[in-house]
Design a protein around this ligand. Structure first.
Ligand SMILES: [Zn+2]
Length: 526
């Protein structure tokens, strides 16, 4: 149910306007009103006044249950902001890895009847990665999952990572999020969206959290959106049940709990926001011990691929020059050869990528053969070693070597890297077909659309390039920017006499009308 009468009259241009409008809406002394507004302004989510004006979210109605479509739109509005955050990262290798775990869990949830067909269809089930060293993962309204690189960097095997995703997935399938939102009563979606974005921003930066905690109000806001203890236990139970059917060792939960416990002991220093939002109670620990079969083995050793991708997450998390240098040096140490194979593979992967970031080409050349050797006979690890070799060659400006190194597979990392390499070599024409096929199958893949725009541009097809740019914006729910590009395409088409452009122009007209109508819906939802 949409309840337009209780929506704010719309956000305009500045944060102070937001506060004023809320003043008319809210009874004085409401704990969160001013705070949520200040979150909107103060977050590190790059909410410039114009961006804030575009936070448009649906009305949720008074009390009662939030509908799945209302929750989805609330989520769309939130992630539209996250996509603009400078820390949002579309890393093809890490995305593919997390996706493979996520999709396996989704399939298991469908199979077990925990994910209803309705929810399956209505929600996005999309993963977003954040370039952040803190350990965190969070489910957002509408089936979105946020994962910090810090979490991938700290988990010891894929099963531990899967346990966190399974827990978060279960918060969504058990409708915990919709219950939390419903509890917010008369608060507008705009306020709830701002609260969620604010809580996320605060969790990212302990300093920001402290700055905002004056008077303890940040806590008030966060607690309103935190899951209850019962919800936590349910997410553990349901998530644990997904592990084996999805192909993961349920012991991943135990390993993860041990990690959380350890972090708890050394006192949360702000680098484990996951602990704050998912407190590890003795009850949860006891539940988990009950669930593990007596004598069940510990989680299997990590695959070499996991060790390498976990290392990748650590390097991409911007650890600072000192750590990068330390990682480059590590394989030269005498103790290195004594490490277990996965530690060596991870250490060498980190060393190569760190050396590339430090532009130490000599070190890259010395380390790459050792990484290949460490990848051994594990096909997935060999592929990662080759993808990395191609990536660092491209970064060093050696596109010819990059092309040689690229594995021949059809995965997204191969496709995106090969396009970048071909663009550098001036031979991107052959990538237009595969990329078009890809976006036809994955229309929400903004990164692929963006590269396709580059390919069309290089082919002297500006009209097609502009359309692909428009689609990239639309894929991230930035309908205003998409409309802008489609209109630029119409202008271009008017000056063209090429017959092929007529076809393109009519596609643009159709898409423009569709996206304009989405934009109007967005505006009406305020
Ligand atoms: Zn939880």
């Amino acid at each position: 149910m949409w309840n337009r009468s209780s929506t704010p009259s719309g956000l305009s241009d500045s944060g102070s306007t937001i506060v004023q409008k809320n003043k008319q809406k809210w009874p004085p002394g409401h704990a969160v009103k001013a705070l949520a507004a200040s979150f909107l302004i103060a977050t590190s989510w790059a909410l410039t006044p114009s961006a804030a004006a575009q936070v448009s979210l649906p009305t949720l109605g008074d009390g009662g249950d939030i509908t799945t479509s209302a929750e989805r739109r609330l989520g769309d509005g939130i992630i539209r902001q996250l996509y603009r955050d400078p820390d949002y990262i579309d890393d093809p290798m890490l995305m593919e890895y997390v996706q493979s775990l996520w999709q396996a869990l989704l399939a298991a949830a469908r199979e077990r009847g925990e994910l209803s067909p309705e929810l399956d269809e209505r929600f996005a089930w999309e993963v977003l990665l954040g370039r952040d060293r803190t350990v965190n993962a969070f489910a957002l309204p509408g089936g979105y999952l946020g994962v910090h690189l810090g979490l991938i960097g700290v988990v010891g095997n894929r099963d531990e990572l899967a346990s966190v995703l399974a827990h978060e997935l279960s918060h969504v399938t058990q409708r915990h999020i919709s219950r939390l939102i419903a509890q917010q009563g008369r608060q507008t979606p705009l306020m709830i969206g701002a609260m969620i974005l604010g809580a996320l921003a605060a969790s990212k930066s302990p300093d920001a959290a402290q700055a905002l905690a004056i008077g303890g109000q940040a806590l008030v806001v966060q607690n309103q959106l935190n899951f209850s203890r019962d919800m936590e236990r349910e997410a553990d139970r349901v998530g644990h049940g997904l592990m084996a059917p999805a192909g993961f060792a349920p012991q991943g939960f135990v390993g993860m709990f041990e990690k959380l416990q350890q972090a708890n002991r050394i006192n949360d220093n702000g680098s484990w926001p996951y602990l704050r939002s998912h407190p590890l109670t003795t009850q949860r620990m006891a539940d988990m011990q009950m669930r593990q079969l007596p004598g069940s083995a510990r989680a299997p050793a990590p695959t070499l691929e996991h060790a390498m991708l976990s290392a990748r997450a650590r390097v991409l998390g911007r650890p600072g020059v000192d750590l990068l240098r330390q990682w480059v040096a590590e394989p030269q140490g005498t103790a290195f050869a004594a490490l277990v194979p996965e530690r060596q593979a991870g250490g060498l992967y980190a060393a190569v990528l760190a050396a590339s970031q430090l532009r130490d080409e000599a070190a890259v050349r010395a380390l790459l053969p050792r990484l290949r050797e460490a990848a051994g006979k594990e096909a997935a690890a060999q592929r990662q070693a080759r993808l990395l070799a191609a990536e660092v060659a491209l970064a060093a400006g050696d596109a010819a070597t990059a092309l040689r190194e690229l594995p021949s597979g059809e995965g997204r990392p191969e496709l995106l890297l090969r396009t970048q390499v071909r663009l550098r070599l001036g031979s991107a024409a052959e990538m237009a077909g595969p990329l078009q096929t890809w976006v036809a199958l994955h229309p929400r893949d903004a990164g692929a659309w963006q590269l396709l725009a580059g390919v069309w541009q290089a082919q002297g097809q500006p009209l097609r390039a502009v359309r692909a740019e428009a689609e990239a914006h639309a894929a991230r729910y930035d309908y205003a920017a998409a409309v802008d590009r489609f209109k630029a395409g119409q202008d271009l088409a008017r000056g063209s006499r090429a017959p092929a452009d007529h076809v393109e122009a009519s596609i643009i007209d159709t898409r423009l009308r569709a996206v304009e109508s989405l934009l109007r819906e967005q505006a009406a939802e305020r």
